[in-house]
Design a protein around this ligand. Structure first.
Ligand code: SF4
Ligand code: SF4
Length: 217
């Protein structure tokens, strides 16, 4: 069984927010809900100032703190490493929101929020409610586009190689800063990047063993 993971090359990332927008678009996410974000900050002192750009998303941790604290079994770690939420089991207690050391979970509290308040839902929002219905009062987060992966594999496609089996943020990145694939397959591109490019995980001190790695060259 594969263990799906991602590598992000910080040296290639240009901070265009394309991944963030692609994620919103792919899942028809309502206002104020972001499953992927691009964090931007500055370091140093004038005149030697550096801009730091960190695209972040759920790390689909191997030892996921969110799964361990969920009292109803709504937070699930699939065999392929993807962490998902069963909205029907989620009671909205938000233990997982507090447990995630990366702040990658959001409570979805109001299903009536519109992009254009007072003007009703747009056609796009209505389609989203059909295709990717979120449930008010539950917690939501990035799914690694599990539905694209599952549908692609059924069609004989390879995640990380074939676009139709690959997360939307990876496909959208114009700088090709994102890579996706099977971390447990030593022949995969991302396994090679992890072993050859001094890849690192965010917050190793949390002991969660993220499946998202970063490289800087
Ligand atoms: S990043 Fe947070 S929400 Fe995602 S698997 Fe890890 S602990 Fe859970
Ligand atoms: S789409 Fe690619 S280049 Fe743009 S912000 Fe996201 S990771 Fe960086």
């Amino acid at each position: 069984m594969a263990r799906w993971g991602m590598v992000i090359n910080l040296n290639k990332c240009i901070g265009c927010y394309g991944c963030m927008v692609a994620c919103k678009q792919e899942h028809y996410l309502p206002p104020k809900i972001f499953w992927g974000r691009v964090l931007v900050s500055e370091a140093g002192k004038f005149p030697s100032v550096k801009k730091l750009i960190y695209p972040v998303l759920c790390n689909h941790c191997k030892d996921a703190a969110c799964v361990n604290v969920c009292p109803t079994g709504a937070s699930i770690k699939r065999e392929d490493g993807i962490v998902i939420i069963d909205y029907d089991k989620c009671v909205g207690c938000r233990y997982c929101v507090m447990a995630c050391p990366y702040q990658q979970r959001t409570f979805y509290g109001d299903d009536s929020t519109q992009y254009f308040p007072g003007q009703g839902f747009t056609e796009w929002e209505m389609i989203g409610k059909e295709l990717f219905p979120l449930q008010e009062g539950t917690v939501v987060k990035c799914t690694f586009c599990a539905e694209r992966i599952d549908a692609g594999i059924k069609r004989g496609l390879k995640p990380g190689v074939d676009r139709n089996a690959t997360p939307a943020c990876v496909n959208a990145c114009p700088a090709k800063a994102r890579y996706f694939g099977d971390l447990d397959d030593p022949e995969s591109e991302i396994a090679r990047l992890v072993s050859e490019r001094k890849a690192f995980q965010l917050g190793p001190e949390f002991g969660t063993n993220p499946s998202v790695y970063y490289i800087i060259r």
